[in-house]
Design a protein around this ligand. Sequence first.
Ligand code: AHM
Ligand code: MG
Length: 349
Amino acid sequence: MTSKVEKMALPVGVTLDRFIKKNQGSFQFASGELSQLLRDIALAGKIINREVNKAGLVDITGALGTSNVQGENQQKLDVIADIRFIRALKNGGEVCAIITEEEDEIIYTGNDDAKYVVAIDPLDGSSNIDVNVSIGTIFSIYTRVTPRGTRATKEDFLQGGRKQVAAGYILYGSSTILVYTTGHGVNGFTYENSLGEFFLSHPNIKSPEDGKIYSVNEGNFDDFYDYTQRYIMSCRKKRMSGRYIGSLIADFHRNMLKGGIYLYPPTPSHPQGKLRLLYECYPMAFLAEQAGAKAIDCESDILDVTPISFHQRNSIYVGAPKMIQELELFFKERAKYIIKEARFEKIED
Ligand code: AHM
Ligand code: MG
């Protein structure tokens, strides 16, 4: 039996910093720049964590009264997180340009020599801020395709999900956790407030093969296509647990650890789906694949969807591989349904 003193003297664990350093060698042509960039993101995450934690104390909650580029109400913390992230990435020096869910144009950092571009959703699920529900930051990193020393262009960002070199999220929940992948598995680091450090707490995250949780905004049920409705009804029939926080990262994180599926299908108000391809769908899909889960829309793997614009939206179904397989059977039905419809139209002609 370990004595109380021995327990207290146990090592505190692997810090994010040490983990990044140790694993730097597994990056192709590692030069330390990606490692430094991940550290910069972690630093911004610590700062936002501080802001989020005092959200109820100072006058920073609630709507700002302005809208972002997509006409949605911006929360004050949305704006603060946006500013904090951009500043951290500018000061870090490893990023030449940034796009964020909150702004329309490319943000140039002034570091044209830098190798990477980053797409971020600085505070996702922000309608949950005022009510103490989990929110998070999502990031996605690409190696630029334009030559170093020149100005980055939209081609640097519109490379497609498979070109991501790293992606991750920081979830500000019952504790703050940073989860990321560089294409060599997924690891999670919990923030230890008193030491001001992220420690490896969830090494090599793997999604269960199957699960019992489905996460969808069921208030939209009547708006979903027939085949999606039938899938949801099958989940109900199996007495699966419905769990929907309304913060993608929180729903995703829980499902990844416990086994589940998250769905955001198209609706009349969001005919392409609501979530943004570059800021939300691609990074979650990269993480999901690396954790042995799957992310699709009705047509293909999310990572194969062609990007056209920065703020393009997409439907997404992401979760345990067996659950996605089952959903795909319902999508196949959809194909039949469409073929039937087409035939029917033909006969009528
Ligand atoms: P946001 O980027 O404006 O915060 O919106 C994205 C969020 C996701 O985190 C969440 O899963 C989804 O929107 C919830 O949408 P809805 O309220 O329509 O269910
Ligand atoms: Mg978002």
